[in-house]
Structures are given as C-alpha cells and as structure tokens.
Write a protein that binds this ligand. Structure first.
Ligand SMILES: C[S@@+](CC[C@H](N)C(=O)[O-])C[C@H]1O[C@@H](n2cnc3c(N)ncnc32)[C@H](O)[C@@H]1O
Length: 219
C-alpha cells in the first residue's frame, strides 16, 4: 500500500469510528481510534513467541491490531473480540490470520475454550472499562483473569483525564487484586487525549513446600 492509500484508509477508519461513537458513545468510549504511538506502547515489550496465544478485546477499526499483527509469528494465534459486527468484519478482512469474532468480551472464556486457545499468554484491551456498566466490567475482569496463564499479561490503557476517577481506580484495584500483582505504567503523550498504558502480569503460584506435596513419588 502506498502513502496515499494509507492516509485514505486512516481517514476512513477515523470516520467509521466517529460515526459508531455517535451511535453508541458508552460502548465505543472514544471519538477517535488510538494513535500509532499508543498502539505501539500497548504491545511494546510483550514476549510473543511462535507458540503464543494472544487476545485483543475491543479492536475497533484495528489501530492496535496492526501492531499486534506485526509482532505475531505465523504460527502464533490471535483472537480479536468486538461487540460491533462492522468492526470485526473490517478486522477479519484486513488480517485474515486473526480470528475476529463478533461477541461480548464477557464471553472470553467460552470463546477461547471452544477454539482451543486456553490458556492465553497475552490479552491486550482497548475496552472503555470506565464507561461500561460496572457488572460488565467485573465480568470481563473475571474472564481475563480466568483465561490467562500464570505469568501471562493483561495490557490496557486509561485516559489521563479519567485516570483518577472512581470507575478507573476501581478497575485497577480489582485487576491488581485478582492478578496478584501491581501494574507497570507508561505515559503516552502522543495520543488525543494522552493516555497511560497499564500492564499486569498474572502471579505465578508459589511452589508448595515439600511437606504438603503429594508423597506418591517417594514410595
Ligand atoms: C475505545 S474503542 C477502542 C478501539 C481500538 N482498540 C483503538 O484503540 O482504537 C472500544 C472498543 O470496544 C468495543 N466494545 C465495547 N464493549 C465491548 C464488549 N462488552 N465486548 C466486546 N467489545 C466491546 C467497542 O465496540 C469498540 O470497538
């Protein structure tokens, strides 16, 4: 694709995104797709191997998907789930190797299980947690924690202006408690509005002491 085609596609994405925001502001949660800088920061440092299983929640028009696709070895698998059928059709057409599904992120465990994708190594999310109904946000957090392997990561972003607001704080607290770890944070100024990329690594359970290990090998 030459430079003119790329700019044209970017304008199309912005227009599509904005028109869906007007129809469904709480679900889309932003007036424009994430910038390239924010998208790059979302996947930066993820250890994606040929055997990795990656999930993107809320890919929208694919602003972050493009960075995931660039990192994905051919044999790695990636599932993208969005509630909006127009967005998932677009992702499926642009990245045929990515399994784009129109469904709710709340159903992540069932969807990943039915496709033989559990446990997942990395989940990257553009979901607007702060504007989702709190029951939905809680269900999605549970699905994320359940489907990740110990040592797997969950990465999301929160806009700077909303970072200290109760819904954003509540989601971070719940995630920290359920993932068993504190997140890393990275400020991305080059996005409208500026955002913080927040990443948790799911705690690896401590090995049981010898005294409580099954004794069957000792006979
Ligand atoms: C803020 S947009 C992010 C789009 C894209 N990742 C980006 O960064 O430009 C949020 C996306 O989450 C999707 N979404 C919202 N609630 C959802 C849910 N419960 N399950 C799946 N997708 C959802 C919306 O349709 C939208 O595409």
């Amino acid at each position: 694709m030459d430079h003119t085609d790329v700019s044209h596609q970017r304008w199309q994405d912005h227009w599509l995104f904005f028109s869906h925001f007007r129809k469904s502001p709480r679900t889309v949660g932003a007036i424009a797709p994430s910038s390239r800088r924010l998208a790059h920061a979302m996947v930066d440092g993820l250890d994606v191997t040929p055997a990795s299983r990656v999930v993107e929640l809320g890919p929208g028009t694919g602003a972050i998907t493009v960075e995931i696709a660039a990192k994905l070895p051919p044999s790695a698998r990636c599932l993208a789930i969005d509630i909006d059928p127009v967005f998932t059709a677009r992702v499926a057409a642009r990245w045929p190797g990515i399994e784009a599904i129109c469904d709710r992120a709340e159903h992540l465990v069932e969807i990943a299980h039915s496709r033989g994708l559990l446990p997942i190594d990395h989940i990257v999310s553009g979901l607007p947690f702060a504007s989702l109904p709190s029951a939905s946000a809680r269900a999605i957090v549970e699905a994320i924690v359940t489907s990740l392997r110990p040592g797997g990561t969950f990465t999301t972003f929160q806009y700077v202006h909303a970072f200290a607001l109760p819904p954003a704080v509540a989601v971070r607290r719940t995630l920290a408690a359920r993932m068993g770890s504190s997140p890393t944070r990275q400020l991305v100024v080059g996005n409208l509005p500026p955002a913080l990329v927040v990443r948790w690594t799911k705690a690896v359970p401590a090995a049981a002491p010898d005294s409580v290990r099954p004794q069957r090998d000792l006979a």
